[in-house]
Design a protein around this ligand. Structure first.
Ligand code: AGP
Length: 608
């Protein structure tokens, strides 16, 4: 995926677009470019590498102008290079694009046969030439519509025409586009943080919509020219929420934001006195919840780990059968869907292609769909019958942190609602579990005080080439998540495993100094965990224990011991996650890795 932004108004358009590109770097950063209209002609500056390379080039040129577009790229067709960087130009047209044009090869052949010269290997360049081609017969807007009718695939476009310097046009088809509406100026971008410093009145485009912006107006039409009336909504995120506010990385800031993010996700969703939840927040009534016989929990990556935690919660509290699956597998399976099922998608971005496809597959099979999502107006939310929003605020770091813990809390509330609707739980138990939930943000603040001990541990083990993360029961998904956090930002090979599986293979890895992170709950499986740790110690493994137990036997066996004061077995999964995020963060930072933009990764995988 890529970051796109456009501006039209009284400010220096180039400055606004450069500023916006910096806030979009997490969406892609292997090359960047800008195009602006000055003295009635299009000027383009683009280069391989990060925004700072572009900034150096742009600052070296006198520039002004009140309409500009910009792009920060995540390569899908054509390697990162100056030529392949966007914007792409054809005649009087400049285009930036996020998505994949699936039929670009045949379109390219057609355009080459008509005399167009291609200078890039990208799919995007065909869009610029098509608009130029159709402009020879139609108006600027009609040329864009004609072009869109030829395109197959996903695209978010922003288009400039030097012959129409008072216009900026955007098109959405399966890639996000948001419009910012201020008096006398308009913004358009892939994501809200791009212009949050200037504007908080936003409109999310839907698929097939075209927005025509002038500095004083906006008009939304579809490919048939039909007008769509949409009013801006106020985004309450302040600019600072999308900035690092003093932390070294977005990821560290977002780790520390988790008590607030979780607190905001809880707000208005539970009723302590009534010992109930607010069903309207899910959109499903208590009776509808009562009728559910089977739940499919589907997602990718970290969000899938939240699904696994949700499975334990829902089956334990509500006695409803849950099937969990990664979306890229679910979407291609031939599933005998059962009646009275609910498909529950979890996604931070709401734009993950595989999760969206899995959701559509469930809908095609007449399964009711609910999504737990962090981005208002994102594609997955608009495809779902019901939506429950986590209120984590923008998650900029590629590695998901606050969205994950908020997802677990959302699932906890959902599981409670299900259990209440099915009369599986009495009011006193509900009141206790809700009371724990209300205490969670404070307990998370306490758990984050493990920061310093975790940093000390990281300093001693950050050079290790491999890690094993082990846990049992509801903490097993947290072992998987801890391993994913470490591998995706530090590039160390790390595996999460169910501790009971040790003898079925992983124990072969253990040798002198081999680090094993072990999450141990003081519960019915405690003795088994002690046995596992003894097996590791007898092979000179290094044991980093994360636990809510102060038992001496555990502490004496551990090389490193992180104690977290627990709440209940469900919410302890949130508390155990925090030190694991910090451990991954400090190890990665000590290794000099690009924590916020790890190599090969994008924040949201909007293509297959
Ligand atoms: C998590 O740290 C990763 N960045 C990745 O696994 C992510 O969770 C996955 O791509 C799903 O994204 P989503 O939640 O936006 O759908």
């Amino acid at each position: 995926m890529c970051g796109i932004i456009g501006y039209i108004g009284e400010r220096n358009a180039v400055e606004v677009v450069l500023e916006g590109l910096k806030r979009l770097e997490y969406r892609g950063y292997d090359s960047a470019g800008i195009a602006y209209i000055c003295n009635s002609s299009i000027n383009t500056v683009k280069c391989k590498g990060k925004i700072r390379n572009l900034e150096a080039l742009v600052n070296s040129q006198i520039n002004s102008g009140q309409v500009a577009i910009g792009h920060t790229r995540w390569a899908t067709h054509g390697k990162p290079s100056d030529e392949n960087a966007h914007p792409h130009i054809s005649g009087s047209i400049a285009v930036v694009h996020n998505g994949i044009i699936e039929n670009y090869v045949e379109l390219k052949k057609e355009l080459v046969s008509e005399g167009y010269k291609f200078i890039s290997e990208t799919d995007t360049e065909v869009i610029a030439h098509l608009i130029d081609k159709y402009k020879k017969k139609y108006s600027f807007i009609e040329a864009i519509k004609q072009t869109c009718r030829r395109l197959k695939g996903s695209y978010a476009l922003v288009v400039l025409d030097e012959q129409e310097p008072d216009k900026l046009v955007g098109v959405r088809m399966e890639s996000p586009i948001v419009v910012g509406v201020n008096e006398g100026e308009k913004f358009i971008a892939s994501d809200v943080p791009a212009f949050l410093n200037y504007c908080r009145n936003v409109i999310f485009l839907d698929d097939g919509e075209i927005v025509i912006l002038t500095k004083d107006s906006y008009e939304i039409i579809d490919l048939n020219g039909k007008k769509h009336k949409k009013e801006p909504i106020l985004i309450t995120w302040t600019a600072s929420m999308a900035e690092k506010s003093g932390y070294k990385h977005f990821m560290l800031k977002e780790i520390y934001e988790q008590p607030r993010a979780v607190g905001d996700t809880i707000k208005g969703r539970v009723l302590v006195e009534e010992a109930d939840i607010v069903y309207e927040e899910f959109g499903l009534t208590s009776d509808e919840l009562k009728s559910i016989k089977k739940i499919y929990l589907v997602a990718c990556g970290t969000s899938y780990h939240a699904c696994l935690v949700g499975k334990y919660m829902i089956e334990d509290l509500a006695g409803v059968s849950v099937e969990t699956e990664i979306a890229s597998e679910f979407r291609y399976r031939k599933i005998p869907f059962e009646k009275n099922s609910l498909f529950l998608a979890i996604s931070q971005s709401g734009e993950t292609a595989d999760t969206l496809a899995a959701l559509k597959y469930a809908k095609e099979n007449k399964v009711k769909t609910l999504s737990i999502c962090n981005v208002l107006g994102s594609r997955i939310t608009r495809e779902s019958d019901y939506v429950f929003y986590t209120h984590s605020g923008p998650e900029i770091g590629v590695a998901s942190t606050k969205a994950f813990t908020s997802q677990i809390v959302a699932l906890y509330i959902f599981a409670l609602g299900l259990a209440i609707s099915k009369e599986k739980i009495n009011k006193n138990k509900v009141r206790l579990l809700i009371t724990h939930l209300m205490e969670l943000p404070k307990k998370m603040e306490e758990a984050l005080r493990s920061d310093r001990p975790v940093y000390q541990i990281a300093k001693e083990i950050y050079k290790k080439p491999n890690f094993l993360y082990l846990a049992r029961g509801i903490n097993y998904p947290i072992a998987l998540e801890g391993a994913l956090k470490l591998k995706e930002i530090s590039y160390i090979h790390a595996e999460g495993y169910a501790a009971g599986e040790m003898k079925h293979g992983p124990i072969a890895l253990v040798e002198d100094g081999f680090p094993v992170v072990f999450i141990v709950s003081e519960d019915s499986l405690f003795e088994k965990a002690i046995a596992n740790i003894e097996e590791i110690k007898s092979r000179d493994g290094l044991v980093i224990t994360l636990t809510n137990s102060r038992k001496a036997i555990l502490k004496n066996l551990s090389d490193y011991f992180i104690y977290i004061k627990g709440l209940n077995k469900y919410l302890n999964t949130v508390l155990f996650t925090l030190p694991l995020q910090l451990l991954a963060y400090y190890i990665a930072d000590l290794r000099g890795c690009d924590v916020d933009q790890p190599r090969n990764l994008a924040k949201s995988v909007t293509v297959e």
